[in-house]
Design a protein around this ligand. Sequence first.
Ligand SMILES: Cc1cc2nc3c(=O)[nH]c(=O)nc-3n(C[C@H](O)[C@H](O)[C@H](O)COP(=O)(O)O)c2cc1C
Length: 190
Amino acid sequence: MTNRARKTANPETAARRGASDPRGSGGGPGDPGDPRAFRDALGCFSTGVTVITAMGGDGARIGLTANSFSSVSLNPPLVLWSLAQYSPNLAVFQNASHFAINVLGVDQADVAMQFAKPVEDRFRGIATETGLGGAPLIRDAVARFQCRNEDRYYGGDHVIFLGAVEAYDTQAREPLVFCGGAFGSFAKSV
Ligand SMILES: Cc1cc2nc3c(=O)[nH]c(=O)nc-3n(C[C@H](O)[C@H](O)[C@H](O)COP(=O)(O)O)c2cc1C
């Protein structure tokens, strides 16, 4: 597993375990009131990595890296993801008719990093197509879910977006995995 996007910067926690050890914060009870320790504990749960995109009313493309994506319902087809309330893109996502969820491949950790940084143009060098509602679709993504912006819910410091999937496509490629604050690949053990 590579260590390119380590977010668990707590030095005490890092000292208790190897830098890329995804086994959590060393065991034992945790303090839910300590955001850093809580985030480290959440890092025990491996996820895929997505870039979620939309088009603003001015035609500008927006996108950010997110691992909060989850399936909700098969019939009707619904998915969710959550966005930090302080995001400068909150208003655009709230007003967009659609958003797209681009599931990244194992060779796209650099794309994940680009969409997690405050760079001027996150789409620079990224091949895209235009999806429903103008939401950008990343060309080499493993899966792309085009969602109608169905509903939203307020949960603490995040806003949860519920998407009704209107179209999707997939490619037979290995997905990128995020665990313990690091990117890696999925290894089948059975
Ligand atoms: C692997 C990974 C997963 C992330 N997941 C989320 C997420 O689910 N929701 C979120 O709001 N930010 C998430 N972030 C952080 C955002 O990508 C980052 O804060 C970004 O700068 C937000 O863009 P914005 O400021 O344009 O909203 C994640 C970052 C990484 C590296």
